[in-house]
Write a protein that binds this ligand. Structure first.
Ligand SMILES: CC(C)(COP(=O)(O)OP(=O)(O)OC[C@H]1O[C@@H](n2cnc3c(N)ncnc32)[C@H](O)[C@@H]1OP(=O)(O)O)[C@@H](O)C(=O)NCCC(=O)NCCS
Length: 184
């Protein structure tokens, strides 16, 4: 399967071990991680380990990851994570969208442009029926992206995660592939 996606300004492609240095420079930034599940990276080895786990997840069909590249430089990462295809006899075919864009590249529409095409790829090529996403209530930029991409809010989860001395609420959204009737 060809995972390379081209958008108007960007090329999205799976991460490679050789991206470690470039990704480390972005992921070492403490301005990026306030609402993320990880802390700023402090060693190149941490970034390399993360890349290896992303590649492994992709090989196992558990998650799909794209480096967001602008003129051959990585500016962020967009992913479809936590893939769930079935629970016993139930068909789920769902994944969760996640994204970050390096601080120096934010505010230029890159997260919206990249995520829109990843959602489309998720529906059209990876055969997901539903894609979900959650953002912290305080994360207004992510809220804007969810609305612009057509995600529909379905739950307000209280005290969803604890980070830097505070419990955060999450707003959960879903996006359904209405062209997929579940029959192969
Ligand atoms: C959230 C994030 C990915 C947005 O990336 P981006 O490339 O700057 O996003 P875009 O430029 O595509 O769009 C951002 C939207 O949010 C708005 N926005 C950005 N910062 C904002 C802020 N502080 N307050 C209000 N709105 C804001 C922009 O105006 C834009 O909306 P508009 O098109 O209606 O004007 C980026 O800020 C980021 O990586 N944050 C840290 C990681 C993170 O929070 N990831 C999401 C976890 S759910």
């Amino acid at each position: 399967m060809d995972f390379v996606i081209k958008t108007e300004r960007l090329v999205l492609r799976p991460p490679l071990e050789s991206d470690a240095k470039e990704l480390f420079e972005l992921m070492a930034d403490d301005k990026l991680t306030q609402f993320l599940t990880w802390e700023p990276h402090t060693t190149l080895g941490t970034t390399l380990g993360v890349i290896q786990s992303l590649i492994g997840a992709q090989q196992d069909g558990k998650g799909y990851h794209w480096c967001v590249c602008l003129e051959n430089h990585i500016v962020g990462l967009v992913s479809l994570i936590d893939v769930k295809r079935n629970i016993r006899t139930w068909v789920l075919n769902r994944a969760e969208l996640s994204y970050w864009i390096g601080s120096n590249y934010q505010g230029r529409g890159f997260a919206t442009e990249a995520s829109k095409e990843v959602v489309k790829f998720g529906f059209d090529t990876l055969d997901f029926h539903k894609i979900i996403i959650a953002h912290a209530v305080e994360n207004i930029a992510s809220q804007r992206i969810c609305h612009k991409l057509g995600f529909v809010p379905y739950a307000h989860e209280h005290d969803a995660f604890f980070k830097t001395n505070k419990w955060y609420d999450l707003i959960w959204y879903e996006h359904i592939n209405n062209t997929d009737n579940g029959v192969d």
